[in-house]
Design a protein around this ligand. Structure first.
Ligand SMILES: Nc1ncnc2c1ncn2[C@@H]1O[C@H](COP(=O)(O)OP(=O)(O)OP(=O)(O)O)[C@@H](O)[C@H]1O
Ligand SMILES: O[C@H]1[C@H](O)[C@@H](O)[C@H](O)[C@@H](O)[C@H]1O
Length: 350
């Protein structure tokens, strides 16, 4: 089945001088506090922007990141955030033993216990970008912020969590509102990609949205589905031993965008998303990707592109791409810090 998605970002002009494929990532970093049986199990750097830039940086895709943190921000990051001295960094507590939350999310109950400032249009550079990613976690993306993004970026990908989250005024519990009531709906015909988890997809009309943009719905260990106009494609998962689901959707989106800027077709880019999502669930916090693994992935992406250019694809060609990526996962090793955390770590079987 062929998908006819929004145009990908600009392609190389000569084999030796790749163009500047700049990606703009907009969303706040946060502190993630993982809680199980009443105790803090881990405190990690969070925020979709941090997981996504980890995937893009590791894949040598140049990106610029706009994020706000408070004076208490304690992580050394490649892309410096804007520090708001009178504020504290956004904090999410993730409770792994409170059962199913109000939105039917069985993994964890999320509470936003503090929130840094929103990201304003004036915080975003005035330059042009090939690809924009609106990936807020705590309500920091405003309609006018997204409007500026669609003006300066050729294609914009949006994580629905940036648009539909609302926060309980008493305890900060995350709730979702219908996309039509989110205050962003009027801009959505101008975006290229909308990503939602299967829980979040219940808060939009996929049948309606797939005529406005390419919709990707992730479904944990089952992989993901792509909807665009009259096409629907299932993209298979990779087998993983889940330890902590945090950031899986973010790394997925990072992998998808890496695939798109590299010039892969949407289903292949989504397979790369599944690949990075599956590695992320095996770690607490940010995964540190193995260099050999990244090199293999790069080679497979180039091979896949060549195949496409020569039009030598056949019906089951994604199976082959999947089969060639699968062994690359096994060259991935944990850093000592992560291994130590895993010993006391979470295990969240779905
Ligand atoms: N247990 C798993 N095994 C294999 N792959 C997984 C697993 N969980 C997630 N993934 C991969 O990561 C992708 C995103 O996961 P998921 O659907 O849980 O997103 P999400 O709910 O947005 O994640 P989060 O909010 O935790 O960041 C999936 O489509 C899948 O490819
Ligand atoms: O760090 C995580 C991550 O970015 C998730 O995508 C988001 O759902 C959580 O709110 C956040 O704490």
């Amino acid at each position: 089945m062929t998908l006819n998605p929004p145009p990908p970002p600009s392609q190389p002009t000569t084999p030796h001088s790749p163009p500047n494929r700049r990606v703009l990532i907009v969303g706040n970093y946060c502190h993630d506090v993982l809680i199980q049986n009443g105790s803090v199990v881990a405190e990690t750097l969070g925020g979709a922007a941090s997981f996504i830039s980890n995937v893009l940086d590791s894949s040598s895709v140049s990106c610029e990141l706009v994020s706000k943190v408070g004076r208490d921000f304690r992580y050394e990051v490649t892309h410096s955030p804007i520090v708001v001295p009178e504020k504290v960094t956004t904090v999410f507590e993730a409770y792994f033993d409170l059962g199913i939350d109000v939105i039917g999310h069985a993994d964890r109950v999320l509470k936003r216990v503090s929130a840094c400032d929103p990201i304003l249009p004036s915080d975003i550079p005035d330059s042009r970008f090939d690809f924009g990613m609106a990936v807020g976690v705590g309500g920091e993306i405003l309609p006018e912020t997204l409007e500026k993004m669609v003006e300066i970026c050729d294609v914009v990908a949006v994580d629905i969590q940036a648009l539909i989250r609302v926060f309980d005024p008493v305890d900060g519990s995350v709730k979702l509102v219908d996309l039509r009531e989110s205050g962003f709906f009027h801009i959505l015909h101008r975006i290229g990609y909308l990503k939602a988890s299967s829980d979040e997809a219940l808060f939009m009309d996929v049948e309606q949205m797939k005529h406005m943009c390419c919709v990707v719905v992730t479904n944990g260990e089952k992989g993901c589905r792509i909807y665009h106009k009259d096409d629907e494609t299932m993209v298979p998962p990779f087998v993983a031993k889940q330890v902590d689901p945090t950031g899986a959707g973010d790394s997925y989106l990072g992998g998808l965008v890496v695939g798109l800027v590299e010039g892969l077709a949407v289903p292949d880019a989504a397979l790369l998303g599944n690949f990075f999502g599956s590695i992320t669930v095996e770690h607490i916090g940010q995964p540190k990707f193995d260099l050999m693994m990244l090199q293999r992935v790069k080679e497979e992406v180039q091979r896949r592109k060549k195949q496409r250019n020569l039009s030598i694809n056949h019906k089951n060609d994604q199976e082959e791409f999947h089969a060639r990526l699968t062994p690359a996962r096994f060259s991935c090793v944990d850093s000592p810090v992560q291994t130590e955390l895993l010993v006391n770590g979470l295990s969240c079987d779905r």
